[in-house]
Design a protein around this ligand. Structure first.
Ligand SMILES: [Zn+2]
Ligand SMILES: [Zn+2]
Length: 337
């Protein structure tokens, strides 16, 4: 079965945070966080259409220059969404560069920058190459509460976690997945081709059965016929990304809500249980807390990352503590004792 996105961590778990979500079949990609992007190929970064930044600590933003430099001569815009004050921060980053070579004849690369306050997108600005990246405030998109971005096939849910500063958690939720039954397609003599994407989009949009879909070389079929035989609806893919959060009741509740029932949860697990004081002081989770939260959220699979250098020699212990808590072993052990 084909998934909407193929996620992968940009760096080793001890390196900077960042999750690359390859949107297969669409020749584009999303990024959660902008830490060091050194392992990424330029062609992979050229595909990035939307970036969602948890917060502006340097290990989550250090890759901004690389991404900007890579995309500077492309015509497709780059969208960046982050926590409160994010528009100012991007304006400052852009203001730190001399842009006198840009002008009316430059490729008009545009940055669309959005601030999500924990509930809604409350501020939006545009920065255009032809205007030497001067800030231009624009209207915020009217997304529902809890939604940081939305388009035809999926949305990005978000929540603000307490990390001493707001740190946004994100979840990509595909609306409805529409699978093609290849045998049924062949049996009807229908060819594979781009028309199937139009048909899938029509199903996702809930268009009526009577709607006619053009099939090149064949003619027309109705959406109802396709629904009955060829196209099958299934729950969409869901991938959540949670990092830099104190282990507080409020954070645990917000993580459970945003990551509820996801197929795959990437969650920070910086510290060993023995280093709980360091975790508390820096407002991070321990691996054990992260595993427990992942289990409580009902994530089907969970991947720990953002390991602290403090545990550099103890990678296996971090993973073991995380897995034990995710599997519920800590509590089983206690009740069995
Ligand atoms: Zn941080
Ligand atoms: Zn961090």
């Amino acid at each position: 079965m084909s998934h909407l996105v193929q996620p992968r961590l940009v760096n080793d778990p001890f390196g900077d945070p960042g999750l690359y979500l390859d949107v297969r079949f669409a020749r584009r990609a999303l990024l959660f966080d902008l830490g060091d992007l050194a392992p990424m190929a330029g062609r992979e970064l050229m595909r990035v259409s939307h970036v969602f930044v948890s917060h502006a600590h340097l290990d989550h933003m250090a890759g901004f220059d690389r991404l900007l430099r890579t995309c500077l001569h492309r015509t497709a815009p780059l969208s960046l969404t982050g926590p409160p004050e994010f528009v100012d921060r991007i304006a400052h980053r852009l203001g730190g560069v001399t842009w006198n070579l840009l002008g009316p004849s430059s490729v008009d690369f545009r940055l669309h920058v959005f601030e999500f306050d924990g509930t809604r997108v409350t501020r939006a600005a545009e920065f255009r190459a032809r205007e030497a990246f001067a800030r231009r405030d624009v209207a915020s998109p009217p997304f529902d509460a809890g939604v940081a971005h939305e388009e035809a096939g999926f949305l990005i849910a978000s929540a603000a976690l307490d990390h001493g500063t707001p740190s946004l958690a994100f979840a990509l939720r595909e609306r409805v997945r529409v699978n093609v039954r290849r045998m049924a397609l062949d049996a009807r003599g229908l060819p594979v081709g781009p028309w199937l994407n139009d048909a899938k989009a029509a199903v996702r949009q809930g268009r009526p059965d009577g709607e006619r879909i053009a099939v090149p070389g064949v003619g027309e079929v109705t959406l109802g016929e396709l629904r009955e035989e060829v196209l099958r609806e299934a729950p969409g893919q869901a991938v959540a990304y949670v990092t830099d959060a104190a282990n507080t009741p409020g954070n645990r509740a917000r993580i459970r809500a945003v990551a509820n029932g996801v197929d795959l949860l990437y969650i920070e697990a910086p510290f060993l249980a023995a280093d709980i004081e360091a975790a508390t002081a820096t407002r991070h989770l321990t691996a054990q807390a992260a595993g427990k939260i992942a289990r409580e959220a009902g994530a089907r699979q969970a991947v720990p990352f953002h390991f602290s250098g403090r545990a550099a020699e103890r990678r296996e212990d971090l993973v073991r503590e995380f897995q034990a808590a995710f599997g519920g072993e800590d509590e089983a052990g206690r009740s069995g004792a």
